[in-house]
Design a protein around this ligand. Structure first.
Ligand code: OGA
Ligand code: MN
Length: 287
């Protein structure tokens, strides 16, 4: 039997998310097997591979099948979290000698799209879990195609004809970036402009494209109107019927499509340990 005939895709039952079974990601994938994974990804938006055992080179090799990898950010120490593997970003609350070994701590991460404040936001993010807390730290995902397709017609009219500015002055924790000014008026903050309705380059489907709510602004609209439209859009998109939640086990590889998915994370106990290794694949300019 070839790898492809063993590969099984089991949809979550929600409007996004599927388990891919029968594949060992530590081994090189045939073109056929990878094609099947890519197809499943385009259909289900978030894929989960349970029970994997990957070292960093294997995680990098698998992620690279999807495209060119971004390098992890440089930390305050001036190094990357794993200097030998600059493609790996550590997401963790664990402290070693009083210093965090990774990003995001143990707090809640609100709904967002990764790095959409850039002109070329990443298309894929991938997390591999090495240690997980007994409870908390679940990751939620939203299907933004569904959000688009179910918009009331007046909102659909706005998103089809407007762009949104994605604030680049603050990081995912809402903290001001180094050198950024603390501007209160969303019209003034710096950031990338992207269409509110984004067409997925592979599937041709349209999705609502939002980054973060704070300081978002729809150029061309008076501020109060922009705020009102964004509030309605966010309220529409965050409906539970568009969501699926990942409850982590050690050995899960979860990858999501930032072009049509938003995500969030629950807080968890600061005394618990959670360690993920993460990769990110470069994307194109949204259209
Ligand atoms: C991320 C992220 C959520 C999590 O890695 O981009 O938002 O569950 N992580 O750690
Ligand atoms: Mn994220």
């Amino acid at each position: 039997m070839t790898v492809t005939t063993q590969l099984n895709v089991r949809p979550s039952g929600a409007v996004l998310g599927a388990d891919v079974e029968g594949v060992d990601l530590s081994q090189p994938l045939s073109a056929e097997a990878f094609d099947a994974i890519l197809q499943a990804w385009h259909s289900h938006l978030v894929l989960r591979f349970r029970g994997q055992r990957l070292d960093d080179p294997a995680l990098i090799a698998f992620s690279r099948r999807f495209g060119t990898l971004d390098l992890a950010p440089i930390t305050v120490t001036g190094e990357r979290e794993i200097p030998e593997f600059p493609e790996i970003n550590v997401i963790s609350n664990v402290l070693v000698d009083g210093r965090a070994i990774g990003s995001l701590g143990s707090y809640e991460a609100e709904w967002h799209t990764d790095m959409s404040y850039n002109d070329l936001p990443p298309m894929m993010s991938c997390l591999y879990s090495l240690e997980v807390p007994d409870s908390g730290g679940n990751t939620g995902f939203l299907n933004m195609y569904e959000a688009y397709e179910t918009l009331p017609s007046d909102l659909r009219q706005v998103v089809d004809t407007h762009r949104c500015k994605h604030d680049s002055s603050r990081n995912s924790a809402g903290e001001l970036r180094k050198g950024a000014r603390d501007l209160k008026d969303p019209r003034e903050v710096p950031g990338a402009l992207h269409p509110l309705a984004r067409t997925h380059p592979a599937t041709g489907r349209k999705a609502v494209f939002l980054g973060r709510r704070r300081n978002a602004y729809i150029p061309g609209l008076p501020l109060d109107e922009s705020e009102a439209v964004l509030d309605r859009l966010w309220a529409h998109a965050l409906q539970p019927r568009f969501q699926w939640e990942q409850v982590w086990r050690v050995g899960d590889v979860v990858l999501w499509d930032n072009r049509c998915v938003m995500h969030r994370r629950d807080a968890f106990s600061a005394s618990a340990r959670r360690i993920m290794h993460r990769t990110q694949v470069q994307g194109d300019r949204p259209f």
